[in-house]
Design a binder for this molecule. Structure first.
Ligand code: PHE
Length: 346
């Protein structure tokens, strides 16, 4: 009988190993330990044993029963764990990094405009805005560009009708600001979208300008240059020099193109490596904006007496500054909203 019990033991160990489900285990449990189970039927034969054999067989039988009970428990656990693992395998890979929520960045143009406006604000300029769809009067006429005057050719734009255009610059906001403030001092920074019939890698039909206007008694060209000097150093880098070249704008007299020393080569024209600087093309200077003293004609259209006040104005393209700052060679990148581009800016 001890031999029978041993066979039972080996058989049990085998069968439990093969059990794949809880039901399999239950069947085996009944098969071995149930009322009609194999162990039970072996034990039934114990009555026929001699007195000497009984304790030996009894203790073996106990051992096999304990083992069977243990097998039931441990295999149920094994199957449960396996089922859980299978469940997770389908749904969750806990080793994967979590899915991050995409978060936005400040657009490089917004950042550049914010920087320019905050420098102007620190210099006492307050923000002024005006409509993008503008009357001919504010965009041209009041800025000393009468109808049919060739000066209008500098800024070809989109006409809504004969009297209404998409504004070509932020200068009309100067006129609106002066007409509404009515008295000096006027110190405004005009910011917004402007439109021109222009498109290539550095020009877009829509772009952004920021314009500074300062009107007061005895504002001089020296004030303009000093303001531009501080402005350039803050926007680019300390030590940046400013150069004014004679130019023409209908609404300023005298007028100037404003150049700054190249921030890449510090005005040297060549890099430390000996290569020609690609930002300023070896000249050491970068053209950055237009500026000048407010033309008396403009004052007349804006309700100011040119004999009493004087003023300066300057206008800067936000895209141009951003392209220089970030080394971007194609202006269209700003407007395509390609996340791979936009996510490079912190
Ligand atoms: N409005 C001019 C332009 O768009 C720039 C400018 C502004 C020039 C103010 C002088 C003074 O070209």
């Amino acid at each position: 009988m001890v031999g029978e019990l041993n066979t039972l033991k080996t058989e049990a160990e085998q069968s439990f190993q093969d059990a794949a489900t809880k039901d399999d285990v239950e069947k085996l449990r009944v098969g071995f330990l149930g009322k009609k189970g194999k162990l039970t039927s072996v034990l039934r034969g114990m009555g026929k044993l001699s007195k000497e054999d009984r304790p030996k067989v009894g203790s073996k039988a106990n051992e096999v029963r304990d083992l069977l009970e243990e097998l039931v428990k441990s295999n149920l656990l094994r199957i449960k764990e396996k089922e859980r693992a299978a469940e997770f395998e389908d749904r969750i890979d806990v080793t994967l990094p979590g899915r991050r929520r995409g978060y936005g960045r400040t657009h490089p143009l917004t950042r550049t405009a914010d920087d320019i406006l905050s420098v102007l604000s620190s210099l006492g300029f307050t923000l002024a805005e005006g409509p993008e769809i503008e009357h001919d009067f504010y965009n041209f006429e009041a800025l000393n560009m009468p109808a049919d005057h060739p000066a209008r050719d500098m800024q070809d734009t989109f006409y809504i009708n004969d009297d209404v255009v998409l504004r070509t610059h932020t200068s009309p906001v100067q006129i609106r600001a002066m007409l509404s403030l009515k008295k000096a001092p006027v110190r405004v920074a005009c910011f917004g979208r402007v439109y021109r019939n222009d498109h290539d890698v550095t020009h877009s039909p829509m772009f952004h300008q920021i314009e500074g206007l300062y009107v007061d008694k005895q504002v001089t060209f020296g004030d303009l240059k000093g303001t531009l000097q501080v402005f350039a150093e803050r926007i680019f880098r300390p030590g940046t020099k400013v150069r004014l070249r004679p130019s023409f704008f209908p609404f300023t007299e005298p007028s100037a193109e404003v150049d700054i020393t190249c921030f890449m080569c510090a005005g040297e024209g060549t890099l430390k490596t000996g290569d020609t600087c690609r930002i300023c093309k070896g000249t050491g200077w970068i053209e950055i904006m237009g500026a000048g003293m407010v033309d008396p004609e403009v004052f007349k259209h804006s309700g100011f007496d040119p004999d009493e006040v004087s003023g300066f104005a300057f206008g800067i393209g936000v895209e141009r500054v951003a392209m220089l700052r970030y080394g971007i060679s194609d202006i269209r990148l700003f407007f395509e909203n390609d996340q791979r581009f936009l996510h490079q800016f912190f």
